[in-house]
Design a protein around this ligand. Sequence first.
Ligand code: PLP
Length: 426
Amino acid sequence: MNSKKLFELASRYMPGGVSSPVRAYKPYPFFTASANGSRIYDVDGREYIDYCLAYGPLVLGHGNEEVKEAVSEQLEKGWLYGTPHEKEIELAKKIINHYPSIEMVRFVNTGSEATMAAIRLARGFTGRDKIVKIEGGFHGAHDSMLVKAGSGATTFGIPDSEGVSKDIVKNTLQIPFNDARALTDTLEKNSGEVAAVIIEPVMGNVGPIPPEEGYLSEVRKLTAGNDVLLILDEVITGFRLALGGAQEFYGVDADLTTLGKIVGGGFPIGVFGGRKELMELVAPSGAVYQAGTFSGNPVSVTAGLKTIEIIEREQVPQRINKAGERMQAALRELLRDSGVEGCVSGVGSMFKVFFSPSGKEVRNYADALSCDKNKYLRFFHKMLSAGVFLPPSQFETNFVSFAHSEEDIERTVEAYKENLRHFRGR
Ligand SMILES: *Cc1c(COP(=O)(O)O)cnc(C)c1O
């Protein structure tokens, strides 16, 4: 069956025909038959160079052989125990080794779970209710974070989801990214009431928006100075920008860190961690409850361990960052030469072309929203026809993986060049 038929069928049995909103685009998404390395293949027999990469986890590309082998070996020994196992210790040690701000971790199953638990822990530790988040920041699809949320919520125009209780979101305060003044004011106005500030060090779910020089250290100073916890949500940036994530890359630290995506090597995982004094409040050693049937499951833990081993051995962050920077430089030049209104935003392996008004740089959520998302979708389809799979939303990040070759990148730049021509002016 072809993608069109499959989507008709899928729409009968699943809302919008998909298992997660951002996967749906008009007229219908392609259905995947298989994927390998930098390539993804659809059931209609087409091949694409993949820059969506499952929205972040696949830092090594698809179907890495070493990860496959490690997982196969683990499958022989069973895939779920409901008991502790040794590899959890190994993965915990690896994480702790690379993140100086983390002394203990708890494994969960998704990034959403990780941020939900980290927020609960911050509230439990401080005895306060309010959380400050960044407008357009995305921390998973749970109630307290579905306020001005990025990712699919923004793509589909429902950043403030229905069905979320007002009593819950009244404790979620919003500030714009790259604006230390706004944080100062909010912390002053809510003095003694804020448990934590949660922030993606690089905004990854409205397209990548890097922090401006000094912004993150200012956030660190302000939170510490006001006795408020800082939660760095490194679900995307962890093990990507550097082995030690954005914390190493930008030289900041956190009270609590959330990880996910890459840490599971393409299998479901989430992690939250921090210093011992905080983490020991988590059940069963403390009174902040958190639990999960599949948590620390040996398949995700094995895939994550192997993936991190490869990242260490091959210096993956340095290499993908370089490839990403090359891509960004080439795209900037193309935009300049093409007369297309837009800008290139990104850092390292994370990048995006924004169709921004007059080519204005994108510094925060409001700037991202001012971009032409319909134009982007038309552009997305052109690129798809040229064999390049970008994320199907103006507000999602493109990723370069370790599996992308020089030639892949050259071909991609060519495709941008060929297709941007059609997008001059408004
Ligand atoms: C993807 C993402 C999440 C949610 O992770 P899931 O595994 O999809 O639940 C949370 N925070 C950030 C920054 C993310 O990019």
